[in-house]
Write a protein that binds this ligand. Structure first.
Ligand code: CAA
Length: 258
């Protein structure tokens, strides 16, 4: 599919969305956010795609919302147009797994977009931050909420109040990213991870994603109850029978996604 601000490629059941606005370090202007939404829509509807990866360039995943596009907006305008709302959270509605492959800057809205994905794999040159305070504003795409849930209050407060950047190693230590890999192998490593997820039963992967997400939205006891219901529901799938039979018979499972 042809979109102006993103490249879309499908390889071995993995749909890659590459942000492509290099002149502004992938600053998230309205057109780029809309293109990400259209790409997600297409990949989610495509049966050849099991896992989606969102990535940027070696220099920047995304350097934030587009400051030049928003700098002159008035309070009435941002309120009336529901600024940073329509389309921005699209990735959180995606039922297929979405991995953020982050190299370079993931700042402001860029860090927020990465945190909306299911998990983040960082290249060793990645830098994360919520620098909005340095330009007279605060995070507006969920940064104060998701960062706090991921790294805790102290570090989230530090990041949002000082506007400093976190390197990849600190981000992994803090729990913001799941793994750090060398920049040169970021694409290969993430593709390998995505392919291994794609090799499992799609309905089971989807339930696992829903179960983990419930942890952020509910109490522990309700989360455990909902996990138990989803666990039981896997026993209605042929793929659960196949997976466990294959283990017992010491062979590779042949999942049919049903
Ligand atoms: N919006 C618009 N343009 C941006 C941008 C942004 N967020 N970030 C970078 N650019 C543009 C620069 O203006 C520059 O364009 P020109 O060549 O036309 O001058 C180009 O991208 C390259 O950037 P730099 O020359 O600044 O590159 P650098 O390597 O010297 O610095 C950087 C890189 C540290 C990331 C720096 O660009 C920077 O600080 N960017 C802004 C980061 C930021 O404040 N992000 C938060 C935005 S607010 C937000 O996101 C709100 C929200 O929560 C939704």
């Amino acid at each position: 599919m042809q979109l102006e601000n993103v490249q879309v490629e499908i390889r071995e059941q993995v749909g890659w969305i590459t942000l492509n606005r290099p002149q502004s370090l992938n600053a998230l202007c309205a057109a780029l956010v809309s293109d990400i939404g259209r790409a997600l829509e297409a990949l989610e509807a495509d049966d050849d795609v099991a896992v989606i990866v969102l990535t940027g360039s070696e220099k920047a995943f995304a350097a934030g919302a587009d400051i030049k596009e928003m700098k002159d907006k008035t309070f009435q305008q941002v309120l009336a147009e529901n600024f940073i709302t329509d389309g921005w959270e699209r990735v959180t509605d995606c039922r297929k797994p979405v991995i953020a492959a982050v190299a370079g800057y993931a700042l402001g809205g860029g860090c927020e977009l990465a945190m909306m994905c299911d998990f983040i794999i960082a290249a060793d040159n990645a830098r994360f931050g919520q620098p909005e305070v340095t330009i007279g504003t605060i995070p507006g795409a969920g940064g104060s909420q998701r960062l706090t849930r991921l790294v805790g209050k102290s570090k989230a407060m530090d990041m949002c109040l000082s506007g400093r950047m976190m390197d990849a190693e600190e981000a992994e230590r803090a729990g913001l990213v799941s793994r750090v890999v060398p920049l040169a192998s970021l694409q290969d490593e993430v593709h390998g991870i995505a392919k291994s997820i794609a090799s499992y039963s799609r309905p089971v992967v989807s339930l696992a994603k829903q179960a983990v997400n419930a942890a952020l939205e509910t109490t522990l006891s309700e989360g455990v109850r909902s996990e138990r219901r989803m666990f039981y529901s896997t026993f209605a799938l042929e793929d659960q029978k196949e997976g466990m039979a294959a283990f017992a018979e010491k062979r590779k499972p042949d999942y049919r996604n049903r």
